[in-house]
Ligand binder design. Sequence first.
Ligand code: OAD
Length: 229
Amino acid sequence: MKKPRLVVLTGAGMSAESGISTFRDSGGLWDNYPVMDVASHDGFVRNPELVHSFYNTRRRELMAVKPNAGHSGLVELEKWYDVDIITQNVDNLHERAGSLKVLHLHGELMKVRSMTHPERVYTLTEENPDTSTATRDEYGDPVRPHIVFFQEAVPNIGPAMDIVSQADVLVIIGTSMAVYPAAGLVDYARRGIPVYYIDPNPAPVRDGITVLRTTATEGVRQLIEILRP
Ligand code: OAD
């Protein structure tokens, strides 16, 4: 029998219990770094070295942490569901936990791409995670972080809308729903399907969404109880 389709939209709160800071909580990343300096198109044009260095630090943080029980719980749900994860996170913790289908909306921290041939994307190694304005690819071209900066289009939003529209169950975990177009994806779900939102400090959402006001690890544990056949 075909498994029902479970689509999970994740944000920074998914990785918080692994030890990665969220962005907008108090003490979050955007309190400590001016977002338009380190994560916007204009910021990169103005001071590319600062942006490279910001993402070098993020990569080193990522390499020091592990997926949490929430990430592994989503892998467990693959026993009963055809699970698609659509993440705003640039970390690779869903992949490292073992999730089979992960679509990144905002890019991937461990990747860079050619600035002259954007289709040339490269995965960095843990031995060599740092880049700078001097880094060149195998063709001698400069590279940039494979991150969707503010002011840039989100290339994976079309495929993401398509996946959400096929969901039989939709789950949202750990996002303030402040950043569009990601925050609008929930509107592409078919009318009447169950929608769950796990977050200890949830954003206001429309009626009909079941809010589990708790952390990702505890929320995914409860979700498995609810969703397992
Ligand atoms: P935010 O920092 O805006 O929101 C994080 C959410 O996680 C909040 O709603 C918190 O309540 C929640 N949270 C905190 N701890 C949690 C936990 N243990 N378990 C579950 N949830 C928890 O992060 P995002 O919504 O992901 O983009 O931000 C969206 C985008 O804005 C990011 O992808 C990033 C940022 O600028 C780029 O950098 C391109």
